[in-house]
Write a protein that binds this ligand. Structure first.
Ligand code: AMP
Length: 496
């Protein structure tokens, strides 16, 4: 039996999932997922690593389908409930999905995609509750999951994991963040991405903890849940923390104190998937008493770097390598950097790394250097802690012979009292190679002139890092994980 399921048998009557419909024990989860597995098998002995795509809202049902696919010997391929039809179609075709499982809410969306391929489409509402077949014995070397990359820097690719690699990712985080069965996480993240699937959901289920799933993030709803004083853990992306801060700020003072006190009782609050602006780190500390634990990871590798659970958490830094993870920096010629205060590409080696890009052996091979995965992210090692400078392809701007980090410039401008958020990009320029440009969102009822911003920047940054163009906008384009879609921002500025 797969180790995750074996542990669930031991946790039997403990509370596993809470969703809008009710509470479910580990026993309920095992029973429902076995039932789904039998239905998917439909008389076969084993799905033999067939990809099974599923589109189910965040709920107990989502988890039962995921575990059902695993128990039938299939590969779980979660689809994003917010994915546009074109992306769903790309993923279903590219993965060569053999079966589709969906909540009835998405049937009309999926039928036009599945019908031309005669793909079996199962509705979760129509799966009988008491099917029993003999389930295959699935070993940990087999494929478990395919996650599609977000596609912000290229076409989405299928990233394949074995059960063993998923397990390695889970146990790394269990050890680092000391999950126990007394934990109760409030889950608000999308469930087609590693952050929501591994860090929040599967870690909770491995530990025997309770995972309370909200169908989607709503700031007020989250504050209301904190106030009930039973949540111990929360994980989110920086934009979620910004929204929680705004909700807190627009609440009457008396109520704020109650919110802050409740939040202070959680044992751990984590941020990741995008850079956490130092300003958000500081404001959150003021509101909740928590120093957010920022970590760095990627779909292909799971989590690699994290500020410590106990010990110094540095704002603007993603901390140190997690247990069982090796991290190194290399320069553009692939040489390993041995000194601190040099920036280079993050390369990672660990048992949790993905197996391959689906159907892309050449791309898979190119992604590794001597067995180390090349992340494409640049970082600086300062006093043992890593600071992310951004993705080499988009956040590292080469201007007038200097190499500058968009994240560093964003970090500085986000401390301006009238700036809500900003995105810095490099735009092709005849004179500079690339020129530094910034799209800025101001706090409500504020106004600022580009000249003021330029002047303010010059007092805090080297002159070549100060954006030469500023654009005041009302909103930044973001994907569902809260990452700014920089390719869109770049197009806002004319290139010369
Ligand atoms: P994804 O594969 O969608 O999880 O995206 C991974 C990418 O998100 C990484 O390659 C980084 O560029 C970025 N990322 C993740 N965590 C952080 C962080 N704490 N700070 C800055 N960038 C991050």
């Amino acid at each position: 039996m797969l180790p995750l399921l074996e542990r669930a048998c031991k946790h039997d009557q403990l509370s596993a999932i809470i969703d809008q419909q009710g509470k479910y024990t580990y026993h309920d989860l095992l029973t429902s997922s076995r039932n789904i597995a039998s239905h998917l098998l439909n008389g076969r002995n084993d799905l033999k690593e067939a990809p099974v795509a599923f589109l189910v809202p965040s709920s107990f049902e989502y988890v039962a389908v995921q575990w059902g696919i695993w128990q039938a010997g299939g590969v779980a391929l979660p689809l994003g409930t917010s994915h546009p039809t074109q992306e769903l179609e790309h993923i279903i075709k590219d993965s060569n999905a053999q079966i589709l499982v969906t909540h009835p809410e998405f049937e009309d969306l999926l039928l036009p995609i599945t019908t031309p391929y005669a793909l079996p489409l199962y509705l979760t509402s129509e799966i009988p509750r008491s099917e029993k077949s003999t389930l295959p014995n699935v070993n940990s070397h087999r494929h478990a999951m395919i996650l599609y990359t977000s596609g912000t820097t290229g076409t989405p690719r299928g990233v394949v994991f074995t059960h063993q690699s998923v397990l390695a990712q889970i146990t790394t985080l269990i050890e680092a963040w000391q999950w126990t069965q007394n934990d109760h996480i409030l889950h608000v993240l999308p469930l087609h991405h590693t952050h929501g699937i591994v860090n929040a959901l599967l870690c909770a289920l491995w530990a025997g903890a309770t995972c309370e799933i909200l169908p989607k993030f709503e700031a007020i709803e989250v504050w209301n849940r904190f106030i009930r004083n039973d949540i111990t853990l929360f994980m989110a992306v920086p934009t979620i923390y910004s929204k929680l801060i705004s909700a807190w700020e627009s609440t009457p003072e008396q109520e704020r104190l109650r919110m802050s006190n409740a939040c202070n009782k959680l044992r751990l609050m984590v941020s990741g998937s995008a850079a956490l602006p130092t300003d958000v780190f500081e404001r959150w500390k003021h509101i909740s008493g928590h120093q957010l634990l920022e970590r760095y990871g990627m779909t292909e590798i799971g989590m690699a770097l994290s500020n410590p659970l106990h010990g110094e958490r540095r704002a603007g830094s993603v901390g140190l390598p997690l247990p069982k993870i090796e991290v190194r920096l290399t320069n553009t010629s692939g040489q390993i950097l041995t000194e601190e205060n040099q920036s280079g590409e993050i390369q990672v080696r660990s048992p949790g790394i993905f197996k391959e890009y689906l159907g892309q052996p050449e791309t898979t091979k190119k992604a590794f250097q001597d067995g180390w995965f090349c992340t494409g992210d640049e970082a600086l090692l300062e006093d043992g802690y890593y600071r992310i400078l951004g993705r080499s392809s988009i956040d590292i701007i080469k201007t007038g012979g200097y190499k500058v980090s968009a994240l560093e410039i964003e970090g500085v401008f986000s401390t301006h009292p009238l700036i809500e958020e900003c995105a810095v990009v490099g735009v092709t320029d005849k004179e500079w190679g690339e020129k530094v440009c910034a799209a800025v969102v101001l706090r409500s009822n504020s106004s600022l002139l580009p000249d003021h911003l330029r002047h303010w920047g010059k007092e805090r940054l080297a002159p070549y890092k100060v954006p030469c163009e500023f654009l005041i906008v009302t909103e930044l384009p973001r994907n569902v994980m809260g990452k700014v879609i920089k390719t869109t921002v770049k197009n806002w500025f004319p290139s010369l």
